[in-house]
Design a protein around this ligand. Structure first.
Ligand code: SF4
Length: 441
């Protein structure tokens, strides 16, 4: 399977699995290694002699992908393709002891907060002066994720993240403004604010929810065009964030707020703290305060004890609320979570899949409908890449990787990647918009 090849001494190939928070961790690791004079690559380092796999341990499918990736590189090591193999990230944090026994080819396993120890193992020193500096982005150079905190203090019954990421720790507003300024210096125009739980920001260090304060501060960063919000938590949502969204021209009228479900018995069993009625009221409040907001949410189906009536309640909620963007996860029975310890995984896999498809089917029609209203409109569009015969971009209402894309034919239009251009929408499908660049806008 693997052929012997020349590898470069001290070249590290960092491989990232999982979410955008893991991407930021990999970027921080690569910056430190570069700061120590080491050569680094992200997932393209065929000639690297050292591999670091940054794993995900969230749910079954993600765990399996992480294990398969480790095994793949373990085989490469056994065949002399690479010299050293290290594993870090959530799966390693959660299952270190088991992994050490099951995949001993790995030179060492590290947890999610073990960067200094991983660097030491790689013969590098942790460089404090590099904190807040990220020049080696895993994303296109014009947008970057900005992780505003680590960990989570919530106790959602299905979630293993607090087991892997620990308690909530916010970065200071000053540190985040510095990080954003450094990113802009390196060509970034859009920052996507991420956390395990975005709206908890500041409660630890400022003793108050300070996300809106952070937005006003980031809005002052010159050269930044878009500030996008992901992973908001619905319970006791800080409404001053909506005021900041209205006041700050750079803050996108966009909000990702995973709701997980709507039915009261399920929300209660999930320990989401919020009720069906409060959820309806919150969505109405958000829409009345920011009328043209793009709302993204995530639902979780197949949670223990979920009934057909619960799923119908969810279907009615989605039909009434008409989210602009919606994704659905299927429940994964995770040990050491509240649900893993107290409930049986009583919904068969086939039913989980059917409920997933049912909800996504409703959403696809809604998304198609909503997109038809965009035909003929002109949207400022940030272009990310060229793919085949199209330049591919996003409007203010689209986050990378998860939302709609705007496709403009490269034969009749020209735009540089990383640039904004006004696009008139000519045709709309469920998840893609086709348009032309408006020159005289
Ligand atoms: S808020 Fe999110 S990260 Fe925190 S426990 Fe709940 S689902 Fe997990």
């Amino acid at each position: 399977m693997h052929t012997k090849k020349d590898t470069k001494p001290n070249k590290v190939n960092v491989v990232t699995l999982g979410c955008s928070k893991n991407l930021v961790d990999s970027e921080v690791l690569m910056q430190q290694l570069k700061g120590n004079g080491m050569e680094v690559a992200h997932e393209k380092g065929e000639d690297a002699n050292i591999v670091v796999v940054n794993t995900c341990g969230f749910i079954d499918v993600a765990k399996q992908e992480s294990i398969d990736t480790i095994l793949n590189f373990a085989a490469a090591k056994t065949e002399g393709e690479i010299e050293k193999l290290y594993v870090t990230g959530c799966l390693s944090q959660r299952y270190k002891d088991d992994l050490e026994k099951e995949i001993p080819e790995v030179d060492a396993y590290f947890g999610t907060l073990d960067l200094p120890f991983l660097l030491e193992e790689l013969g590098a020193d942790y460089q404090h002066e590099l904190i807040g500096e990220r020049t080696l982005l895993t994303t296109p150079q014009h947008y970057a994720y900005l992780k505003i905190s680590e960990g989570c203090n919530r106790t959602c019954a299905f979630c293993a993240i607090p087991l892997m990421r620990g308690k909530h720790v916010s970065k200071s507003i000053e540190q985040l403004v510095l990080e954003a300024k450094n990113l802009v210096k390196n060509g970034v125009k859009e920052v996507i604010l991420i956390a395990q739980e975005l709206t908890y920001y500041g409660l630890d260090i400022y003793k108050e929810k300070a996300l809106s304060k952070l937005l006003y501060a980031l809005n002052e960063v010159e050269g930044l065009s878009w500030i996008r919000l992901h992973y908001a938590y619905p319970y006791q949502f800080p409404l001053d964030v909506l005021q900041a969204m209205n006041d700050c021209e750079k803050v996108c009228n966009y909000l990702d707020i995973p709701l997980q479900h709507i039915s009261d018995p399920v929300l209660k069993n999930m320990r989401r703290l919020i009720t069906e009625q409060q959820t309806y009221e919150l969505v109405d409040q958000i829409r009345s305060q920011v009328p043209d907001i793009t709302l993204r949410t995530t639902m979780l189906v197949g949670f223990p004890k979920e009934t057909d009536a619960d799923i119908e309640a969810l279907a009615r909620f989605i039909e009434k609320t008409r989210f602009d963007r919606l994704g659905v996860f299927q429940y994964s029975h995770e040990e050491n979570t509240f649900a893993g310890q107290n409930y049986a995984d009583d919904i068969p896999a086939l039913i989980k899949q059917q409920r997933h498809d049912y909800i996504m089917g409703i959403q696809e029609e809604i998304s198609f409908d909503i997109n038809q209203q965009k035909v003929g409109q002109v949207y400022p569009t940030l272009f990310d890449r060229k793919e085949g015969e199209f330049f591919v971009g996003r409007t203010e209402g689209d986050s990378p990787e998860v939302d709609n894309e705007v496709l403009v034919n490269a034969k009749d239009n020209y735009v540089r990647m990383g640039d904004f251009a006004p696009v008139r929408i000519l045709k709309a499908e469920s998840y893609d918009l086709y348009g032309e660049i408006v020159l005289d806008n």
